[in-house]
Design a protein around this ligand. Structure first.
Ligand code: BYC
Length: 331
């Protein structure tokens, strides 16, 4: 419904003159600069709309594809408690995807278009979900590091300039902080467990540390979208700023666990009051962005399979909705 309303709104805007577009753009920029939220039916430049659809749909896809690495361990969780917690977490991620698809639909793009873009490889999702979960400790590492990185990125997005995205982030952040703590609790149990469990925790940290740092995207000087997105207040902080905060918060947590971050260059910089850290392997990052991650093909085929197997649910929902439309009586 939103989509139709918004498309007709977009069509109307295409009919305005250049001078009117200029005035509308000025008014839009002034509202953004005054920290007002932009709402679905407000006028917005096409490029702002496109940037939001790109980022929000990628974010939604990340939540949904992100269910797969952890879903893989629901049936193998080591206790009923761990199973119930993991099941709830994975369900939350599905919910995050739904809020985000719904928020992106307010920009005039249908969910079907977004999902087709994911399945055909045209849309991206976070690189982090193209790595495999090999042991139970990986579930701890994902909660601690991946959800920890997600919170760092998403807290500033609660103040993003597009109202529906900002509001979706409020609930997402609350749930992510529970996810982060459940992951850290798994890591605490393993790091303080038997020597074998400690080694599993260290091995998971070794494998997830660098991919977690990659979640924040390329460095600012290699990020084509940051400058404009900062100007439009879609992004409130840059990739490097958020990555640095993540490192600064996470290093003491690793120390508390008695685990070692796999970076020989990691060092406290007293002058700058932050940690210096080593160079990310950007060739690995860009290869994974391009779809060459270790389990990228499995992830997409699992999504396509789930979509196809869920066709009957969509058909049943559509048939039920059609029955709700009142039938006109023929005289
Ligand atoms: N992975 O100019 P840049 C979760 C792309 S799920 C893949 O810096 P931007 C969870 C980028 O898209 C939540 N691609 O872009 C779920 C761009 O390509 P396009 C995950 C990446 O948008 C389940 C190009 O590289 N969080 O928490 O200004 C279980 C240049 O980058 C990545 C989000 O989705 C990447 N890591 O900034 C557990 C956050 N990085 O689009 C946990 C929402 C960059 O021009 N997204 N690219 O073709 C954002 O905040 C921003 O989009 C980014 C990138 C910071 C990621």
């Amino acid at each position: 419904m939103y989509t139709t309303e918004l498309q007709s709104h977009q069509d109307k805007t295409t009919a305005v003159s250049d001078a009117e577009v200029e005035a509308l753009t000025d008014a839009f920029e002034a509202r953004v600069a005054a920290d007002e939220f932009i709402e679905p039916n407000d006028w917005m430049p096409d490029a702002y709309r496109r940037t939001l659809v790109r980022q929000m749909s990628q974010h939604a896809h990340s939540e949904v594809v992100g269910m797969l690495p952890e879903g893989n361990w629901i049936s193998r969780a080591p206790s009923l408690r761990r199973k119930a917690v993991l099941l709830a977490k994975v369900q939350d991620e599905g919910g995050h995807g739904l809020y985000l698809y719904a928020a992106a639909e307010t920009l005039g793009t249908s969910r079907e278009e977004m999902i087709n873009a994911l399945h055909s490889g045209r849309a991206k999702y976070s690189t982090i979900f193209n790595y495999p979960t090999l042991t139970w400790a990986d579930i701890g590492a994902i909660g601690w590091l991946v959800d920890g990185a997600a919170i760092m990125n998403q807290v500033p997005l609660q103040r993003t300039s597009y109202g529906p995205y900002a509001r979706a982030m409020v609930r997402v952040c609350k749930e992510e902080s529970f996810h982060q703590r459940q992951g850290y609790e798994i890591m605490m149990a393993m790091a303080n467990g038997t020597p074998e469990q400690h080694d599993m925790a260290q091995d998971a940290l070794n494998r997830w540390w660098w991919p977690s740092l990659m979640m924040f995207g390329p460095t600012d000087d290699n990020s084509p979208n940051t400058e404009q997105s900062m100007r439009w207040r879609i992004k409130r902080e840059t990739n490097d700023e958020i990555r640095q905060r993540f490192v600064d918060v996470t290093v003491p947590q690793a120390d508390a666990l008695g685990l070692k971050i796999p970076d020989p260059a990691l060092k406290w910089n007293a002058e700058r009051e932050q940690y210096d850290f080593g160079e990310i392997d950007w060739s690995e990052f860009w290869a994974v962005v391009k779809g060459e991650g270790p389990v990228a093909k499995e992830r997409i085929s699992a999504r396509i399979d789930a979509w196809e197997k869920g066709a009957w649910v969509r058909e049943a929902a559509a048939a039920h909705a059609a029955k709700q439309i009142p039938v006109k009586k023929v005289a």
